[in-house]
Write a protein that binds this ligand. Structure first.
Ligand code: PMP
Length: 401
């Protein structure tokens, strides 16, 4: 039956983990996967999460199904975290929100909703480059995928003119995907002034802003500050779509906790949209998992745990920032590696686009047991006090050829 099924290529990111696991050298470093590691290079379960789990266990909750759109307390608190407690659509009961299988599931529900109900051209513009999974995800959702310029390899920064020109040339009413903060893979975000310009342009062209916020808190260490773009767009009267993930900021990767929301005109419209979200979710997976949503909701609804969590998010963001500074120092003043390395410090969030070329990335894997994606992206969270020097030395050798 399956004789005509061709073998597909391995996933470019998960393939790196395989190569890393197979490497027996003790100095090996995995900078491929976007998961936080502590100062000892180990996965990190947040204290706020451990405490929330204790509370949940003590409460002896049952294991009944959740409603189709998930745990109501969780979705309410997730929306509050993103839009802000004083958000007008939130307080007017005009945000339709459903729990999702983490950020990926949120994107997929959003893609399906737009493919079915969006009244304008079902074309979505993605930044170049973007998170690799965005492209097949929106294609599989039935949207036409196009690109807008985002990253300038020459300046290793934002190609703001290219971005504006491409959005200006997009058909009226097209959908535009925006990384709310900590753009993956580049680590380059628009400034607040640039976000304001993008918002005006989106209004002018009547584009539909679709935010992917997988790293709230990870960019600046401050969840409100990282929500600036979303809140600014809403304050300017845009209706937005928003995908949230609690994988990174709560370290709940494998628990798959996320939310998808749409701001609507009023409560009556919100109810209609809600009903259609249910119709999309029900035949996909019926209803979402319970445990992770309870953890996130316990943290978001308990003042003490919330404060502890915010401190831990800051701690993770700050450790990454300190690694950026250390790596920059080592490359510029330490090894005096040829090239300009200021972007290592100025980039934001979990990733850095180093500017290393494919051959240099290959050489790092083969000669130094250092693994990263072939586009030169590194997960800063994989660096720590014990390996950053070895990494800098490897980069220096690769750059000098
Ligand atoms: N969007 C972006 C930009 C991401 O980087 C990621 C995670 N790598 C996701 C969405 C989704 O992640 P998850 O499904 O684990 O929440």
């Amino acid at each position: 039956t399956w004789s005509a099924v061709p073998a597909g290529p391995p996933d470019p990111i998960l393939g790196i983990t395989e190569a890393f696991k197979a490497d027996t050298d003790s100095r090996k470093i995995n900078l491929g996967v976007g998961a936080y590691r502590d100062e000892n290079g180990k996965p990190y379960v947040l204290n706020a999460v451990k405490k929330a789990e204790e509370i949940i266990t003590a409460a002896k909750l049952d294991k009944e199904y959740l409603p189709i759109t998930g745990l109501a307390g969780f979705t309410k608190n997730a929306a509050k975290l993103a839009y802000g407690a004083d958000s007008p659509p939130l307080n007017q009961n005009a945000i339709a929100v459903t729990q999702s299988i983490s950020g990926t599931g949120a994107l997929r529900i959003g893609g399906a909703f737009l493919a079915r109900h969006y009244p304008n051209p079902k074309i979505i513009y993605l930044p170049t480059p973007t998170w690799g999974n965005h492209i097949p995800l929106f294609k599989d959702s039935g949207l036409e995928v196009r690109n807008y310029r985002y990253f300038d390899r020459k300046t290793v920064g934002l190609d703001f003119d290219g971005l504006k020109e491409d959005l200006k040339n997009a058909p009226e009413g097209a959908i535009v995907l925006l990384h709310a903060c900590a753009h993956n893979p580049t680590g380059v975000d628009p400034t607040q002034a640039q976000w304001a310009e993008i918002s005006d342009l989106v209004a002018e062209k009547r584009l539909f802003p679709f935010f992917d916020m997988a790293y709230q808190g990870f960019a600046s260490g401050d969840t409100a500050r990282d929500a600036y773009a979303v809140r600014h767009f809403v304050s300017q009267g845009h209706q937005v779509a928003l995908c949230q993930s609690f994988a990174k900021n709560m370290g709940l990767y494998g628990e798959r906790v996320g939310a998808f929301s749409l701001t609507t005109k009023d409560e009556e419209e919100r109810k209609r949209v809600d009903s259609q979200l249910k119709i999309i979710v029900r035949p996909m997976y019926s209803n979402p998992p319970l445990h992770g949503a309870h953890i996130a909701n316990t943290i978001l609804s308990n003042t003490e745990l919330y404060q502890e969590w915010e401190g831990e998010v800051k701690g993770m963001a700050n450790r990454i920032i300190s690694m950026r500074e250390r790596l920059y120092e080592l490359l510029t003043n330490g090894y005096q590696t040829p090239g300009e390395w200021g972007h290592i410090k100025s980039q934001i969030g979990m990733f850095s686009f180093t500017g290393l070329k494919t051959e240099q990335c290959k050489a790092l894997a083969e000669k130094a047991h250092i693994y990263m994606t072939m586009d030169g992206r590194i997960s800063m969270a994989g660096l720590n006090g014990s390996n950053v020097e070895y990494f800098a030395q490897g980069v220096d050798a690769a750059v000098r050829g």
